[in-house]
Design a protein around this ligand. Structure first.
Ligand SMILES: Cc1cc2nc3c(=O)[nH]c(=O)nc-3n(C[C@H](O)[C@H](O)[C@H](O)COP(=O)(O)O)c2cc1C
Length: 169
């Protein structure tokens, strides 16, 4: 079986997941690992991941997914919010809808990923304007919770997920 791992990661979180996946695959069978690129289509099975931007994947990943006709694609990603599995499922579902009809897919994987400090500063400024705003407080709490992700448990779960994808083939 030939595998590709394709991902878009701005600040390294999704790259960490990609590396955990890579470690589960027979190294000689991985024909491509890196940013979305035609060369990745030389594989039969593609692990495709992205950071989350406005509730969906990076446009470069969306464009790549549209070219995966007749391939098997397993989706993964990281997002700044992550208090519930439902939230991850919503994002995965949105991205899944970008796949051509002939593409085979299965259960995806997502975990939370830390955000740049500038985001916290923005939330903090918003809270200073409206100190009682519960939503702004929640956003700061979420930001702080995200700081430790992806953590060792996330990476173990990503590895277990990658193994289960391979077993399905
Ligand atoms: C401009 C921008 C937009 C973002 N939009 C979302 C979003 O809509 N939902 C979300 O959960 N996280 C969002 N995030 C957080 C990132 O998706 C998250 O930190 C991710 O782990 C970054 O992955 P990377 O390190 O692989 O780039 C956003 C971050 C930035 C900088």
């Amino acid at each position: 079986m030939r595998y590709s791992i394709v991902y878009c990661s701005r600040t390294g979180n999704t790259k960490q997941i990609a590396e955990a996946i890579y470690a589960q695959l027979p190294a000689g069978d991985v024909v491509y690992m890196g940013v979305p690129c035609e060369e990745a289509l030389n594989a039969d099975v593609l692990f495709v991941g992205s950071w989350t931007d406005k509730g969906t994947c990076d446009p470069s990943v969306a464009d790549f997914l549209s070219k995966t006709e007749h391939k098997t694609v397993f989706l993964f990603g990281t997002s700044g919010f992550g208090q519930s599995k439902q939230y991850f499922e919503q994002i995965l579902q949105r991205v899944k809808e970008l796949l051509p009809q002939t593409t085979t897919t299965g259960q995806g994987f997502m975990c939370q990923g830390k955000m740049p400090m500038a985001v916290r500063q923005r939330y903090q400024a918003m809270l200073e304007q409206e100190p009682e705003n519960a939503r702004f407080k929640m956003m700061i709490e979420n930001f702080d919770a995200a700081l430790e992700h992806p953590n060792a448990k996330d990476l173990e779960e990503a590895a277990a997920w990658a193994r289960s994808c391979v077993e399905q083939l």
